[in-house]
Design a protein around this ligand. Structure first.
Ligand code: PMP
Length: 410
């Protein structure tokens, strides 16, 4: 299957990619923000609402039974996607952001106190910084950071100094959304564990572009979002080691998460339902299950190989553009399918506007990673990010647009 992979063929599966923007065929290069959705996912979600729509785990009637079955089947698919030991270790969330907030609020408030340390990196998305800042402000804990080198790679030589008996949790991204840096989790996690810390991995960009095996990774928590991997928005996963989840307090209270409710106190449902208060995003979970099925038919090996080849082509061409500054690791082995850049005096917003006029969608801004921007002394970058349906023609279109940026800004 892998050798036959053709991104042009895959492109046909995505209705949104068939359109023109500003009179030009769409070249969608903003995949790190969100991916497009294949017809297979849209159809499954439509079919759910048209035929099976009902609340889950509550009704005994046929539609509720069907909805519950499809919802729980999607949980099994999500578990398989990251090789979790059991579907009970998969907590549905709104996405990576909510998953990290859940851990910070639940595990964090029960386990973090004054003088404790939370270790992050300068590379983190705001979603993996701000929840810990809120927790630190509530508990009197201190946040420390792994710094970056001039290629946006973590300075791991500092780890022995940063990790100590006060370090209660290390929260680290798998892959940086701003630079594409792939973090060496195989070095960080064992070091954190040896120091007795709990480890959370922000996998928003990791579970999309690589095969993840949480059983060999050695972390305690892994979070990812459905919308970046062909699924709908509003659904994501917190994977937690079962014993961790079982010891944690609920995040939110309400229906679905209880066992018995009394006047003054209640008891909780078993994991993962203990963390899923209220009517969940049923269609979202089913849609993410369909996205996983879709990605499975293509195969992660084929996706990784394609992205790698495309990145090699894009980087070679980018390096030749006069006035360009490329951020992130030079080696393709250390980088995912993302490239952040600036061009001479052109503001990244202007770059993005000019590219948009060519039908090329890239992101411009701080990418929710202001600490990264500060590290490099820039307010913003332009960012092109690729996925399975990105093609060399998309890359060529990006460069045609950049020619015009150069013509305008010199
Ligand atoms: N972490 C990283 C590395 C991300 O790229 C993103 C999404 N840009 C998030 C966290 C937050 O994900 P979401 O908005 O889907 O919750």
């Amino acid at each position: 299957m892998t050798s036959a992979f053709d991104p042009h063929r895959a492109r046909e599966d995505f209705p949104a990619l068939q359109q023109s923007v500003n009179g030009m065929p769409l070249a969608y290069l903003d995949n790190a923000a969100t991916s497009q959705k294949p017809r297979a996912v849209l159809d499954v979600m439509d079919a759910y609402y048209e035929h099976d729509n009902a609340n889950v785990h509550r009704g005994i009637h046929e539609l509720s039974r069907r909805a519950t079955e499809a919802y729980e089947a999607a949980r099994v698919k999500a578990a398989r996607w990251i090789n979790a030991a059991s579907a009970d270790e998969i907590v549905w969330t709104r996405g990576t952001t909510e998953a990290i907030n859940l851990v910070a609020a639940s595990w964090g408030l029960d386990n973090i106190g004054p003088g404790d340390e939370i270790l992050l990196s300068v590379l983190e998305h705001h979603s993996n910084i701000v929840p810990w800042q809120i927790l630190a402000a509530r508990t009197g804990a201190t946040i420390r950071y792994i710094e970056l080198d001039d290629q946006g790679r973590l300075l791991l030589d500092d780890l022995p100094r940063l990790l100590g008996e006060r370090t209660k949790i290390v929260a680290i991204s798998h892959v940086s959304n701003a630079l594409g840096t792939v973090n060496p989790l195989h070095e960080i996690i064992p070091a954190a564990k040896a120091a007795g810390a709990v480890v959370l991995v922000d996998g928003a960009q990791g579970a999309v572009h690589s095969s993840v095996d949480v059983q060999t990774l050695g972390a305690d928590f892994y979070a990812f979002s459905g919308h970046k991997m062909c699924g709908p928005t509003g659904i994501g996963v917190l994977w937690g080691r079962r014993d961790m989840l079982e010891r944690m307090s609920p995040y939110q209270g309400g229906g679905e998460m209880i066992h018995i409710v009394g006047r003054d106190a209640s008891s909780w449902a078993a994991v993962p339902h203990k963390f899923e208060a209220g009517t969940p995003n049923i269609a979202g979970a089913i849609g993410l299950g369909a996205a996983i099925d879709y990605l499975d038919t293509i195969g992660m090996d084929a996706i990784v190989r394609h992205e790698h080849e495309l990145m090699a082509y894009a980087m070679e061409r980018l390096r030749a553009v006069p006035g360009i500054r490329i951020f992130g690791p030079e080696s393709l082995e250390e980088r995912s399918a993302v490239v952040s850049f600036t061009m001479g005096d052109a503001h990244p917003h202007d770059i993005s506007t000019i590219l948009d006029a060519h039908g090329v969608a890239v992101r411009a801004g701080h990418h929710c990673a202001q600490l990264v921007m500060k590290h490099f002394g820039v307010p913003a970058t332009a960012r092109a990010s690729f996925y399975l349906y990105s093609t060399r023609e998309d890359v060529d279109r990006l460069f045609a647009g950049l020619d015009e940026v150069r013509a305008i800004f010199g």
